[in-house]
Design a protein around this ligand. Structure first.
Ligand code: GLU
Length: 473
């Protein structure tokens, strides 16, 4: 165990091989929350040793998603691709001390010695052959034959692994490429990492890392904390093929980083008093690694949406307006930029704010103001206008009443209520054809407030157009 009392040093070490996964974001956040309260350091390390699968564009995606989430780093980003020399030197040292040995067994050799076993552990064939390292020869770690390696894990307690079950694993490939397990240990040592906080999927390789660490240095290993896996509603591990997992996607859908952060923080941890909505400062203050739960955490998109709605409704209007802006312009908005009218949007913004869970839902609510040309939704029109025998009467009377009245919501409502009584309908039912004719949809913002912003001319025009579309009675 690490007995060091100095401020902790953690690292977040993503592999840039795809979109930034919500699980990665949760790992980054836990590392960050852990050090921020204790005044420690957060090191960012890009693990791009797998040259074929790594790509600089994935790295930029990760950096930008971290920035979006407000997770800043004190050091880095370091790139493993630029640190190869260190791994080679470490491997040389381990060869000299006899901990690594050269091995020229091919996969075919292994298979021929263990027919029918598709994944045989290494059988130690080259252990005592004293081959000279060189091209075409991998380097394997000589694992102890007896005893146990214990991972002291802050989340899972002590996890013991029998050394006899740990094969002599490859550390440097036969083409000379250092493997991930070596790079991680060399870097954690070199960077003075005190706590390794990472996904649970790395727990099985941790005993190998500990063996390597102890072979390389005479300092205590970091303290480990393996975070619970994230699962979907069927209790399956989140997967990019099945589930929405890319942080970038949530951002594009109009989730707020503060809501995302709050929700991610609760995937495996919750404060003792059960509070759920916590500001960033509160999260930093309350978060404890020791309280992280080891059972799988359900990543519930609906719950995230609920959190986002809470955060959206709490925004001051000016802020909502700013955050919504990218969703109200090209290429996202379904209208040309010059059709947008900020004052019209602002007039309805308070009503919009009460009704959306994500910023991505905003354009649909105000599209009736900016769409050019305006076309009511066909299905809604067929059902609530063409399919309603009284619609022509309601629309005709509304047009007549709206022509010269004072253009305020209370007035419009009173006039339509009068029409509803005249045709023996509930007001809500009488609103439906007017709503579809003027706002294009069956549901949305409150009708009368919307018409006020739409204006008399456009309202009358649209009612006329709907009547014309219905044709002579
Ligand atoms: N690069 C690994 C990953 O992206 C993390 C390894 C580690 O944290 O030790 O899953």
């Amino acid at each position: 165990m690490n007995a060091v009392t100095a401020a902790p040093r953690v690292r977040f070490a993503p592999s840039p091989t795809g979109y930034f996964h919500v699980g990665g974001a949760r790992t980054a956040l836990y590392n960050w929350l852990f050090v921020r309260r204790l005044g420690g350091s957060f090191v960012l390390r890009i693990e791009d040793t797998d040259r074929e699968r790594s790509d600089e564009s994935w790295t930029s995606g990760i950096l930008s998603a971290l920035e979006w989430l407000g997770i800043d780093w004190d050091e880095g980003p370091y790139r493993q691709s630029e640190r190869r020399e260190l791994y080679e030197q470490a491997a040389e040292r381990l060869v000299r001390s006899g901990r690594l040995y050269a091995c020229d067994c091919s996969r075919a050799d292994l298979e021929s010695r263990h027919p029918g076993n598709p994944t045989p552990g290494y059988d130690g064939h080259c252990r005592d052959r004293a081959l000279t390292p060189g091209p075409g020869r991998a380097l394997r770690f000589r694992t102890p034959d007896a005893g146990t390696t214990v991972v002291h894990d802050l989340v899972r307690g002590d996890v013991e692994f029998a050394n006899a079950a740990i094969e002599d694993f490859v550390v440097v490939k036969s083409n000379g490429d250092p493997l991930f397990v070596l790079a991680v240990v060399v870097d954690d040592l070199d960077m003075g990492i005190s706590h390794v906080i990472r996904a649970e999927e790395h727990l099985p390789t941790t005993p190998k890392a500990i063996l390597l660490w102890n072979a390389l240095a005479d300092v205590p290993t970091p303290t480990f904390a393996h975070l619970p896996v994230l699962v979907n509603d069927k209790r399956q591990k989140l997967s990019k093929r099945r589930d929405r997992v890319a942080v970038e996607d949530y951002r594009a859908l109009g989730y707020l980083p503060e809501a995302m952060r709050n929700y991610l923080a609760l995937l495996g941890w919750s404060p003792a008093d059960g509070r759920e909505v916590l500001s960033l400062d509160e999260l930093v203050e309350e978060f404890r690694l020791e309280q992280v739960n080891h059972s799988p955490a359900f990543f519930d998109e609906k719950r995230l949406q609920h959190f986002n709605g809470l955060y959206l409704r709490a925004l001051p209007l000016s802020e909502l307006r700013e955050r919504a802006a990218p969703f109200l312009a090209s290429p996202v908005a379904p209208w040309p930029d010059d059709a947008f009218d900020q004052a019209a949007f602002d007039a309805l913004a308070p009503l919009v704010q009460e009704r959306v869970a994500t910023l991505g839902e905003v354009p649909a609510l105000v599209e009736f103001l900016f769409a050019t040309p305006f076309e009511p939704d066909d299905e809604a029109f067929a059902k609530l206008v063409a399919g309603d025998a009284l619609a022509p009467v309601v629309l005709g009377q509304a047009r007549d009443a709206f022509r010269s009245c004072e253009w305020v919501a209370a007035n419009l409502k009173e006039l339509l209520a009068g029409i509803a009584v005249a045709v023996d309908r509930k007001l809500a039912k009488a609103q439906a054809p007017v709503r579809v004719a003027t706002m294009g949809r069956a549901a949305g913002l409150p009708l009368f407030e919307s018409l006020v912003v739409l204006g008399r001319d456009r309202t009358l025009e649209r009612i006329e157009a709907a009547l014309a579309r219905l044709g002579p009675g």
